[in-house]
Design a binder for this molecule. Structure first.
Ligand code: SAH
Length: 260
Protein backbone atom coordinates (compact mmCIF):
# COMPACT_ATOMS: atom_id res chain seq x y z
CA UNK A 1 0.00 0.00 0.00
CA UNK A 2 1.40 3.44 -0.91
CA UNK A 3 1.95 6.08 1.77
CA UNK A 4 -0.89 8.05 0.30
CA UNK A 5 -3.31 5.11 0.42
CA UNK A 6 -2.27 4.23 3.89
CA UNK A 7 -2.97 7.70 5.18
CA UNK A 8 -6.40 7.72 3.48
CA UNK A 9 -7.15 4.36 5.05
CA UNK A 10 -6.08 5.52 8.49
CA UNK A 11 -8.22 8.58 8.10
CA UNK A 12 -11.28 6.45 7.27
CA UNK A 13 -10.58 4.29 10.25
CA UNK A 14 -10.35 7.22 12.64
CA UNK A 15 -13.57 8.72 11.24
CA UNK A 16 -15.42 5.44 11.80
CA UNK A 17 -14.06 5.28 15.36
CA UNK A 18 -15.00 8.88 16.01
CA UNK A 19 -18.55 8.32 14.75
CA UNK A 20 -19.17 5.15 16.75
CA UNK A 21 -17.48 6.57 19.86
CA UNK A 22 -20.22 9.20 19.97
CA UNK A 23 -22.97 6.64 20.61
CA UNK A 24 -23.37 4.32 23.58
CA UNK A 25 -23.55 1.12 21.58
CA UNK A 26 -21.76 0.06 18.44
CA UNK A 27 -24.26 -2.69 17.61
CA UNK A 28 -27.91 -3.65 18.28
CA UNK A 29 -28.70 -4.72 21.85
CA UNK A 30 -30.09 -3.47 25.17
CA UNK A 31 -29.52 -3.86 28.91
CA UNK A 32 -32.65 -6.07 29.11
CA UNK A 33 -31.31 -8.42 26.47
CA UNK A 34 -27.88 -8.62 28.11
CA UNK A 35 -29.62 -9.60 31.37
CA UNK A 36 -31.85 -12.12 29.64
CA UNK A 37 -28.82 -13.83 28.07
CA UNK A 38 -27.04 -13.76 31.44
CA UNK A 39 -30.03 -15.47 33.08
CA UNK A 40 -29.12 -18.71 31.25
CA UNK A 41 -25.67 -18.84 32.86
CA UNK A 42 -25.73 -20.46 36.23
CA UNK A 43 -22.21 -21.15 37.39
CA UNK A 44 -20.53 -17.80 38.07
CA UNK A 45 -18.76 -17.13 41.38
CA UNK A 46 -16.61 -14.28 42.71
CA UNK A 47 -13.60 -16.03 41.16
CA UNK A 48 -15.16 -16.15 37.71
CA UNK A 49 -13.15 -14.92 34.74
CA UNK A 50 -15.15 -13.41 31.94
CA UNK A 51 -14.06 -12.04 28.56
CA UNK A 52 -16.14 -9.61 26.49
CA UNK A 53 -14.76 -9.89 22.97
CA UNK A 54 -15.30 -6.97 20.58
CA UNK A 55 -16.52 -5.00 23.59
CA UNK A 56 -16.53 -1.59 21.89
CA UNK A 57 -16.98 1.23 24.40
CA UNK A 58 -18.48 -1.27 26.86
CA UNK A 59 -22.22 -0.46 26.96
CA UNK A 60 -23.10 -4.13 27.49
CA UNK A 61 -19.98 -4.89 29.58
CA UNK A 62 -20.99 -2.44 32.31
CA UNK A 63 -24.46 -4.03 32.46
CA UNK A 64 -22.82 -7.44 32.71
CA UNK A 65 -20.48 -6.20 35.44
CA UNK A 66 -23.35 -4.81 37.48
CA UNK A 67 -25.09 -8.19 37.43
CA UNK A 68 -22.39 -10.87 37.37
CA UNK A 69 -19.61 -11.59 39.85
CA UNK A 70 -15.94 -12.00 38.94
CA UNK A 71 -13.43 -10.24 36.72
CA UNK A 72 -14.23 -9.03 33.22
CA UNK A 73 -11.68 -8.32 30.50
CA UNK A 74 -12.98 -6.36 27.53
CA UNK A 75 -11.03 -6.81 24.29
CA UNK A 76 -11.33 -4.58 21.26
CA UNK A 77 -9.16 -3.81 18.27
CA UNK A 78 -9.78 -0.04 18.51
CA UNK A 79 -7.75 1.81 21.15
CA UNK A 80 -10.20 4.75 21.19
CA UNK A 81 -13.04 2.42 22.17
CA UNK A 82 -10.91 0.88 24.93
CA UNK A 83 -10.07 4.35 26.32
CA UNK A 84 -13.77 5.12 26.58
CA UNK A 85 -14.40 1.63 28.01
CA UNK A 86 -11.86 2.19 30.81
CA UNK A 87 -13.21 5.67 31.53
CA UNK A 88 -16.71 4.13 31.86
CA UNK A 89 -15.36 1.45 34.16
CA UNK A 90 -13.71 4.08 36.42
CA UNK A 91 -16.82 6.27 36.40
CA UNK A 92 -18.84 3.31 37.72
CA UNK A 93 -16.09 2.41 40.17
CA UNK A 94 -15.63 -0.98 38.55
CA UNK A 95 -11.98 -0.52 37.57
CA UNK A 96 -10.72 -3.21 39.98
CA UNK A 97 -12.60 -5.95 38.19
CA UNK A 98 -13.50 -4.57 34.76
CA UNK A 99 -10.57 -3.77 32.46
CA UNK A 100 -10.41 -3.03 28.77
CA UNK A 101 -7.39 -4.04 26.70
CA UNK A 102 -6.56 -3.51 23.07
CA UNK A 103 -6.32 -6.83 21.25
CA UNK A 104 -7.64 -8.90 18.40
CA UNK A 105 -10.19 -11.68 18.60
CA UNK A 106 -7.98 -13.89 16.44
CA UNK A 107 -5.13 -13.66 18.97
CA UNK A 108 -6.73 -13.61 22.39
CA UNK A 109 -4.47 -13.10 25.41
CA UNK A 110 -5.89 -15.97 27.50
CA UNK A 111 -4.64 -19.34 28.71
CA UNK A 112 -6.36 -22.58 27.79
CA UNK A 113 -9.31 -23.29 30.10
CA UNK A 114 -8.93 -19.94 31.87
CA UNK A 115 -12.40 -18.50 31.29
CA UNK A 116 -15.78 -19.25 32.83
CA UNK A 117 -17.66 -17.18 30.30
CA UNK A 118 -17.05 -15.68 26.87
CA UNK A 119 -19.36 -12.84 25.95
CA UNK A 120 -19.55 -11.16 22.56
CA UNK A 121 -22.39 -8.93 21.37
CA UNK A 122 -22.56 -8.09 17.68
CA UNK A 123 -18.87 -8.71 17.09
CA UNK A 124 -18.14 -12.40 16.35
CA UNK A 125 -18.94 -11.73 12.66
CA UNK A 126 -15.53 -10.05 12.41
CA UNK A 127 -13.88 -13.45 12.66
CA UNK A 128 -16.95 -15.42 11.52
CA UNK A 129 -19.42 -17.27 13.76
CA UNK A 130 -18.11 -20.77 13.15
CA UNK A 131 -14.43 -19.84 13.39
CA UNK A 132 -15.01 -17.82 16.56
CA UNK A 133 -16.93 -20.64 18.26
CA UNK A 134 -14.24 -23.15 17.32
CA UNK A 135 -11.18 -21.05 18.16
CA UNK A 136 -12.43 -19.51 21.39
CA UNK A 137 -13.63 -22.82 22.84
CA UNK A 138 -10.18 -23.79 24.16
CA UNK A 139 -10.11 -20.74 26.45
CA UNK A 140 -13.21 -21.95 28.30
CA UNK A 141 -13.11 -24.17 31.35
CA UNK A 142 -15.04 -27.42 31.16
CA UNK A 143 -18.70 -26.50 31.56
CA UNK A 144 -17.96 -22.84 30.78
CA UNK A 145 -20.38 -20.77 28.70
CA UNK A 146 -20.31 -18.74 25.53
CA UNK A 147 -22.93 -16.08 24.77
CA UNK A 148 -22.81 -14.30 21.42
CA UNK A 149 -25.24 -12.26 19.37
CA UNK A 150 -25.20 -12.60 15.62
CA UNK A 151 -27.15 -11.48 12.55
CA UNK A 152 -29.46 -14.30 11.44
CA UNK A 153 -32.25 -15.02 8.97
CA UNK A 154 -35.69 -15.63 10.42
CA UNK A 155 -37.07 -17.32 7.30
CA UNK A 156 -35.89 -19.78 4.66
CA UNK A 157 -36.56 -17.27 1.86
CA UNK A 158 -36.45 -13.47 1.66
CA UNK A 159 -36.64 -10.67 -0.91
CA UNK A 160 -33.66 -10.41 -3.26
CA UNK A 161 -32.64 -6.90 -2.19
CA UNK A 162 -32.01 -7.83 1.43
CA UNK A 163 -30.61 -11.24 0.55
CA UNK A 164 -28.07 -9.56 -1.73
CA UNK A 165 -27.21 -6.85 0.82
CA UNK A 166 -26.39 -9.35 3.55
CA UNK A 167 -24.61 -11.78 1.30
CA UNK A 168 -22.28 -8.93 0.32
CA UNK A 169 -21.87 -7.66 3.89
CA UNK A 170 -21.66 -11.01 5.71
CA UNK A 171 -22.08 -14.19 3.66
CA UNK A 172 -22.10 -16.30 6.82
CA UNK A 173 -25.51 -14.94 7.83
CA UNK A 174 -27.74 -18.03 8.16
CA UNK A 175 -30.98 -19.26 9.70
CA UNK A 176 -31.32 -19.66 13.46
CA UNK A 177 -31.62 -23.44 13.08
CA UNK A 178 -28.37 -23.63 11.09
CA UNK A 179 -26.52 -21.41 13.58
CA UNK A 180 -27.66 -23.58 16.48
CA UNK A 181 -26.45 -26.66 14.59
CA UNK A 182 -23.05 -24.99 14.07
CA UNK A 183 -22.85 -24.29 17.78
CA UNK A 184 -23.55 -27.93 18.56
CA UNK A 185 -21.00 -29.09 15.99
CA UNK A 186 -18.37 -26.80 17.54
CA UNK A 187 -18.68 -28.66 20.85
CA UNK A 188 -21.25 -26.72 22.85
CA UNK A 189 -24.60 -27.78 24.25
CA UNK A 190 -27.02 -25.20 22.83
CA UNK A 191 -28.51 -23.74 26.00
CA UNK A 192 -30.68 -21.03 24.45
CA UNK A 193 -31.27 -18.99 21.32
CA UNK A 194 -33.57 -15.98 21.31
CA UNK A 195 -34.33 -13.15 18.93
CA UNK A 196 -33.49 -9.63 20.08
CA UNK A 197 -36.58 -7.41 20.12
CA UNK A 198 -36.91 -4.70 17.51
CA UNK A 199 -36.21 -1.95 20.07
CA UNK A 200 -32.59 -3.19 20.22
CA UNK A 201 -32.20 -1.91 16.66
CA UNK A 202 -34.41 1.17 16.88
CA UNK A 203 -34.38 2.78 20.36
CA UNK A 204 -30.93 1.48 21.34
CA UNK A 205 -29.04 1.63 18.04
CA UNK A 206 -30.45 3.57 15.08
CA UNK A 207 -32.41 6.27 16.95
CA UNK A 208 -29.43 7.57 19.01
CA UNK A 209 -27.48 7.72 15.74
CA UNK A 210 -29.86 10.29 14.21
CA UNK A 211 -28.61 13.17 16.39
CA UNK A 212 -25.02 11.86 16.27
CA UNK A 213 -25.17 11.92 12.46
CA UNK A 214 -26.22 15.58 12.36
CA UNK A 215 -23.37 16.60 14.67
CA UNK A 216 -20.87 14.46 12.77
CA UNK A 217 -21.91 15.85 9.36
CA UNK A 218 -21.72 19.43 10.62
CA UNK A 219 -18.25 18.84 12.03
CA UNK A 220 -17.02 17.20 8.82
CA UNK A 221 -18.94 19.38 6.35
CA UNK A 222 -17.71 18.80 2.79
CA UNK A 223 -15.80 15.64 3.69
CA UNK A 224 -16.88 12.98 1.20
CA UNK A 225 -15.70 10.04 3.32
CA UNK A 226 -17.72 11.26 6.29
CA UNK A 227 -20.78 11.84 4.08
CA UNK A 228 -20.47 8.34 2.58
CA UNK A 229 -20.17 6.78 6.02
CA UNK A 230 -23.41 8.43 7.15
CA UNK A 231 -25.14 7.57 3.87
CA UNK A 232 -24.27 3.92 4.46
CA UNK A 233 -25.51 3.97 8.07
CA UNK A 234 -28.78 5.55 6.94
CA UNK A 235 -29.20 2.95 4.18
CA UNK A 236 -28.65 0.17 6.70
CA UNK A 237 -31.32 1.65 9.02
CA UNK A 238 -33.74 2.08 6.14
CA UNK A 239 -33.27 -1.52 4.99
CA UNK A 240 -33.87 -2.70 8.53
CA UNK A 241 -37.17 -0.85 8.75
CA UNK A 242 -38.32 -2.42 5.45
CA UNK A 243 -37.07 -5.97 5.95
CA UNK A 244 -37.05 -6.55 9.71
CA UNK A 245 -39.47 -9.47 9.35
CA UNK A 246 -36.74 -11.44 7.59
CA UNK A 247 -33.65 -10.91 9.73
CA UNK A 248 -32.37 -9.63 13.01
CA UNK A 249 -29.93 -10.35 15.78
CA UNK A 250 -30.15 -13.58 17.74
CA UNK A 251 -28.42 -14.36 21.03
CA UNK A 252 -26.89 -17.85 21.08
CA UNK A 253 -25.86 -19.31 24.42
CA UNK A 254 -23.89 -22.53 24.63
CA UNK A 255 -22.18 -24.60 27.31
CA UNK A 256 -18.82 -26.17 26.56
CA UNK A 257 -19.37 -29.88 26.20
CA UNK A 258 -16.49 -32.03 27.25
CA UNK A 259 -16.87 -35.76 27.66
CA UNK A 260 -13.15 -36.36 28.15
N1 SAH B 1 -20.10 -5.31 21.67
C1 SAH B 1 -20.28 -3.90 21.32
C2 SAH B 1 -19.62 -3.52 19.99
C3 SAH B 1 -20.13 -4.25 18.76
S1 SAH B 1 -19.49 -3.59 17.24
C4 SAH B 1 -21.76 -3.57 21.30
O1 SAH B 1 -22.58 -4.49 21.23
O2 SAH B 1 -22.09 -2.38 21.34
C5 SAH B 1 -18.15 -4.70 16.87
C6 SAH B 1 -16.88 -4.41 17.64
O3 SAH B 1 -15.90 -5.35 17.24
C7 SAH B 1 -16.28 -3.03 17.38
O4 SAH B 1 -16.08 -2.40 18.60
C8 SAH B 1 -14.97 -3.33 16.69
O5 SAH B 1 -13.95 -2.41 17.02
C9 SAH B 1 -14.64 -4.70 17.22
N2 SAH B 1 -13.72 -5.49 16.39
C10 SAH B 1 -13.66 -5.59 15.04
N3 SAH B 1 -12.70 -6.44 14.66
C11 SAH B 1 -12.11 -6.91 15.80
C12 SAH B 1 -11.05 -7.82 16.08
N4 SAH B 1 -10.40 -8.44 15.09
N5 SAH B 1 -10.73 -8.05 17.36
C13 SAH B 1 -11.38 -7.44 18.37
N6 SAH B 1 -12.38 -6.56 18.18
C14 SAH B 1 -12.75 -6.30 16.91
Amino acid sequence: MSEENRSIHEFDFSLICEYFSSVERQGPGSPEVTLKALSFIDSLTNNAKIADIGCGTGGQTMVLAGNAPGEITGIDLFADFIDIFNANSRRLNLQDRVKGVVGSMDKLPFQDEELDLIWSEGAIYNIGFERGLNEWRKFLKKGGYIAVSEASWFTEKRPDEIDQYWNDAYPQIDTVANKVALMQKAGYIPTAAFILPETCWTDHFYTPQVAAQEIFLKKHAGNKTAEDLIKEQRREAELYSRYKDFYGYVFYIGKKFDNA
